[in-house]
Design a protein around this ligand. Structure first.
Ligand code: GLN
Length: 354
């Protein structure tokens, strides 16, 4: 388990970040989605779940909000499982597009959307998920989301779905273009229904942190012990979160924050720190890219403080690295067995860097 001191340190940090970012003026908040969400601008949740089951939560962690584009992560996972890596990646790439989430651009050389984290790629992933009809596909995806979150009651919010369906011209257009190019097959209404139903599933920040922790834990929900994703696809999913999860801000994010993450225009954000923890955040004010302003800022500070950047040097983090467990490392340290003495000494000197 995470030591009590470590857990308390994280709790104190989250409380401080929540208090400070929650009272910031709205000058950096660009928009709200939908505009009515402005009334909920005060809502702000930061939740964390460690792979050992330790949990943290500050603020409005039990308020429900739609997954929106965060669902793309989990739809891609099931598409991989249903079709295998090769067949899936033949239909949707893994290259950052450098474009907004709803852009009409394609990887023309390979005749596919750039990646599954933008709308075109997510629509293809929805198209790839197996099922006899749209209801079957939605049911299968919903079951997975329930396993990831540990909440057996997770459901599509029908009001959100109805609203999505009335302002859906852009996604409709994307589908028609893709079908004309042979990138998707079948009834466009079916593909859209699956994609939008997943966008309309509501979660809490607490649940979202468990979903992130499930990915961090090799696909197994750390609270229930149930597998949500086949082990060999976890790396694929987390990799595209890392490179493409933040759309046209993905490169900046990978450099500054360095945590695989995915945002949604509802103001939610899920982050996965592999082998350590999942974060779930929620605050409705959005920046120009469609990311929650507060969630982005909190992630940036958390990354710095705890050295969460995937290429972080623990020496650089102000709090001395991720407050992990008292448990032994997941992989046995074989350094001394395989390296000559001088190198082993060097490795010892740099202990904890990997
Ligand atoms: N439902 C939204 C759409 O398809 C989701 C977008 C998002 O969260 N970035 O446009």
């Amino acid at each position: 388990m995470v030591s009590q001191t470590g857990a308390r340190l994280v709790a104190e940090q989250l409380e401080e970040l929540h208090a400070r970012h929650g009272t910031r003026g709205d000058d950096r908040i660009v928009s709200f989605y939908p505009p009515e969400a402005a009334a909920d601008r005060h809502l702000f949740a930061i939740a964390g779940t460690n792979v050992d089951g330790t949990r943290w939560g500050v603020g409005d962690c039990e308020v429900r909000f739609p997954l929106q584009s965060i669902s793309k992560v989990f739809t891609f996972g099931l598409a991989l499982e249903d079709n295998g890596r090769e067949a899936t990646l033949a239909r949707v790439g893994v290259e950052p597009s450098g474009e907004p989430f709803n852009s009409i651009t394609f990887d023309e050389a390979h005749h596919r959307p750039h990646n599954p984290m933008i709308n075109t790629g997510a629509l293809v992933a929805a198209n790839l998920v197996h099922g006899v009809d749209r209801h079957d596909k939605i049911t299968r995806l919903l079951e997975r989301l329930r396993t990831y979150s540990g909440n057996p009651d997770l459901a599509v919010d029908q009001d959100v779905l109805a609203a999505e369906l009335t302002s859906n011209d852009r996604n409709l257009g994307l589908c028609y273009i893709m079908r004309s190019l042979g990138m998707i097959t079948g009834e466009i209404g079916d593909t859209l229904a699956v994609y939008l139903a997943m966008c309309s599933v509501t979660v809490t920040a607490s649940e979202l942190s468990v979903m992130g922790a499930t990915l961090a834990h090799g696909g197994i929900n750390p609270l229930t012990g149930q597998r949500a994703l086949t082990r060999r696809y976890v790396r694929d999913v987390v990799s595209v979160m890392n490179t493409c999860g933040m759309y046209d801000a993905a490169g900046q994010w990978a450099t500054d924050v360095g945590i695989p993450a995915k945002s949604g225009v509802s103001g939610g954000l899920v982050a996965t720190i592999v082998n350590h923890l999942g974060l779930g955040m929620f605050s409705p004010g959005l920046d120009v890219h469609g990311h929650s302003v507060r969630a982005v800022n909190v992630c940036r500070e958390l990354s710095e403080r705890f050295g969460l950047h995937i290429f972080a040097d623990p020496g650089e983090s102000s709090l001395g690295g991720v407050p992990t467990a008292d448990t032994p490392p997941a992989r046995p340290d074989r350094t001394r067995e395989v390296l000559p003495a001088a190198e082993a000494e060097h490795a010892e000197h740099h202990e904890g860097r990997a």
